[in-house]
Design a protein around this ligand. Sequence first.
Ligand SMILES: Cc1cc2nc3c(=O)[nH]c(=O)nc-3n(C[C@H](O)[C@H](O)[C@H](O)COP(=O)(O)OP(=O)(O)OC[C@H]3O[C@@H](n4cnc5c(N)ncnc54)[C@H](O)[C@@H]3O)c2cc1C
Length: 384
Amino acid sequence: MHFDLPADLADLQSRLLTFISEEIDPITDGADPESPTAELRREIARRSDQAGFYQLAVPESDGGLGGGPRTMTAAREALGLSGNPFASRVLGSGPGIMRLADNDAQREGLYLPVMRGERTAAFAFTEALRSDGQREPTQAVRSKLEDGSNGFKVTGAKGFVTGGASSDWLVVVANVPDEGTALLVVDREAEGVTEGKLGASIDGSTHSPFTFDAVPVPESRLLGAVGDGLPRAMQNIDSMRLGVAADCVGWSRWVTRTTLKRIEGPHRSGQPLAEQQQVQAIFADMVADTFAARTALYQAAEAREADEPTAGTQVATAKWLASECLHRTVDRAIQLHGAQALLRGHPLERLYRTSRSLRIAEGPTELLRLTVARHVRQNGIEAL
Ligand SMILES: Cc1cc2nc3c(=O)[nH]c(=O)nc-3n(C[C@H](O)[C@H](O)[C@H](O)COP(=O)(O)OP(=O)(O)OC[C@H]3O[C@@H](n4cnc5c(N)ncnc54)[C@H](O)[C@@H]3O)c2cc1C
């Protein structure tokens, strides 16, 4: 599978892969990727910082390396390709949803504390069905707050907020009656916020549901303007989709490589499995699937870097293809590895759970297909 990356990206990938094999593999060998110790996490971050990778996602204006969509895509693909389940910890966090803070006060009060790691923010986007059966989307009603200032009262329910249980702030997408959607930064511990039961997904991530009962939110906590909440939330989702697609392609390549070793190695039948035509066909499906997803991924990354009008559709397509590709690739790899790959803790068993969740997270495949169909119907086949 050969696809020449531009020299700068190829160099970044090669440096990352060398760093992981020389500096991260030795310290993570035998550790449990689903519950790393704080000490191990710190040591990975320290080594990565020293090697000049940790701040890749941090904007240059904040002392980071300012990696754009194509750089971050290449980096995340390389982390997946390394096969080290701790590799994602090599990159420190970028601004995430807080990149949408766009005035000086919000930069000082919200964005910088997140970038310095002093505060955390979770993204409360998915509407939840409330216990009273109420289905109205979360509302933010313009109100005078207790101190006489202008603000909003937020009422509604959100589900599946990743990291919500340990975050300081919830960035809530809410509807302001007659005006449109808004993004509001709500204190998780504010009066009127109720946190539901923490849920743990099969991929190891944890999520919380929240209900909001007339939660007062000052106007200074509005990110952007009322009316552009949803488009801004979608910008954030778009960036996460591209990252997920890159992870999936990197992992698919690692899985394909690992499976090649397996089928070419000795087998108890006396003949390597790769001699069997059916095995070759399954393996060829893995290679071709990954090739197609990877090609779409880099096309989408370039489109996003250049801010092309079709970038969102390309990113949605890449996320759809890459997450489905990973799931099929891991499933085929498990088939070719046999029972050993089903044992808890086997890397393919873990990736199988991860890949299952990525077909739903950041937009289920069916919704991405709708997005693509809608966009192409409106803009013609050139839209992709
Ligand atoms: C690992 C993970 C992390 C997440 N983190 C967050 C987070 O931090 N913040 C947050 O707000 N949310 C988060 N979510 C929630 C995620 O955004 C939702 O799971 C996703 O949008 C789907 O919504 P739902 O689960 O309510 O499924 P539903 O909307 O009920 O859909 C269920 C299924 O129905 C089908 N379907 C739905 N609508 C259509 C349609 N119009 N046409 C055809 N088929 C359709 C799809 O197959 C879909 O998978 C996370 C989810 C996962 C898995």
